[in-house]
Design a protein around this ligand. Structure first.
Ligand code: AMP
Ligand code: MG
Length: 349
């Protein structure tokens, strides 16, 4: 059973020091960032980092992101930063933005899955910032969940899953963004989005003048077993509840609602994940409806997605039908997570 530190009401420096001590001595600490909770270890201590893979059941070729508190830490771990990369960091740090850079040799292989690059992020969450500063070393931290499961956005959602696998859990309440960071790698001077997030393609284009979206993000393309991908995480099943899920979207809302009702009628024990405004339309086909927020507020929806997917595991329906959203702005990141949660079982009409 791990140590539980409650920092929801105020950020007590003594508790931050306690967690930092655990990290410095090679332990694992679950902590909140503004995106999702992370399972942290001292990022320059290979033995400590290895424990993260074991705790999550994560494949070792799926590299971790190093979280830093300031530019000094960045210089310790990467080299050959290009002006455009500098510009992007300047624009989006601290915040939900990860950039893939050439690593220095002090970064252990276990962090990068043997790649010569490393993903780096400067989080804006106050607890994360203070914790990294106190440790005075980059913290390797993937999302706090068993691999394949939805990322943790509240401690309630992940406590049972992780309490015996880590040394300490810091509770900072519900995370602000709710989706993991945007991951970008600059190739031939153009930022390529390897994983969409709160920082949108439009925002990146505004800074860099150009942006590319990796084809694996939305196309339901199956990644062939030996296919080389820019971001190894793309290969793995993610965010999935135990029940079978289908994602449905149409630009025409009436068509989407009709399709969802038609599918719901073919099954018993169906759960529908819908926006608040549409919930009443589904009452005639099921009494199990999870509301993920207003259709006019994609930030609210992104905050609630992972908790909704986890709630499904408590209900254990025969089928989960999820309403899609427009793939614009943060909608791109929402749909990327939902398509994966459904194992590519996506109907667009
Ligand atoms: P998570 O730790 O769950 O937030 O996932 C981190 C994501 O960043 C995964 O999709 C990784 O594959 C990706 N990533 C981390 N480091 C690198 C890297 N050096 N090159 C490409 N992708 C990376
Ligand atoms: Mg993850």
């Amino acid at each position: 059973m791990s140590r539980y530190l409650d920092l929801r009401k105020d950020i007590d420096n003594l508790k931050i020091e306690e967690a930092a001590k655990i990290l410095k001595s090679g332990g694992l600490v679950v902590f909140p960032t503004e995106t999702v909770y992370g399972i942290g270890a001292n990022g320059l201590n290979a033995e400590a980092v290895e424990k993260i893979y074991i705790a999550k059941g994560r494949k070792q070729d799926n590299p971790l992101i190093l979280h830093i508190a300031d530019k000094e830490m960045l210089e310790k771990i990467v080299e050959n930063i290009m002006p455009i990369e500098e510009k992007l960091m300047e624009a989006f740090w601290p915040g939900p933005f990860t950039i893939i850079l050439k690593r220095k040799t002090c970064v252990p292989d276990i962090v990068t899955g043997g790649l010569d690059t490393v993903g780096v992020r400067m989080p804006s969450g106050e607890i994360a910032q203070k914790l990294i500063k106190e440790v005075a070393s980059p913290i390797a931290a993937p999302s706090a969940n068993i691999s394949g499961k939805p990322s943790g956005t509240t401690v309630e959602d992940i406590f049972e899953e992780l309490k015996d696998k880590v040394d300490c859990i810091i509770d900072g309440g519900k995370t602000q963004v709710g989706l993991e960071s945007t991951v970008v790698r600059v190739i031939d001077g153009i930022p390529n989005i390897l994983r969409p997030g709160k920082i949108t393609p439009e925002q990146i284009k505004e800074i860099a003048g150009n942006v590319k979206i990796d084809k694996h993000i939305l196309e339901q393309t199956k990644i062939e077993k030996d296919e080389k991908v820019l971001s190894p995480g793309m290969k793995y099943r993610h965010y999935a509840p135990d029940s079978k899920c289908v994602l449905v979207y149409s630009r025409n809302e009436k068509d989407m609602i009709k399709k969802i009702k038609d599918i719901a009628k073919t099954q018993c024990r169906v759960t529908i994940i819908s926006c608040r405004e549409n919930a009443e339309y589904y009452k005639e086909v099921t009494n199990s409806i999870i509301n993920i927020g207003s259709k006019d507020d994609l930030n609210e929806i992104s905050k609630n997605i992972f908790s909704a997917l986890r709630e499904v595991d408590k209900i254990m329906p025969n089928l989960v039908i999820i309403e899609g959203v427009k793939q614009e702005g943060i909608g791109l990141a929402i749909m990327n997570r939902l398509i994966r949660a459904c194992g590519n079982n996506y109907i667009e009409i």
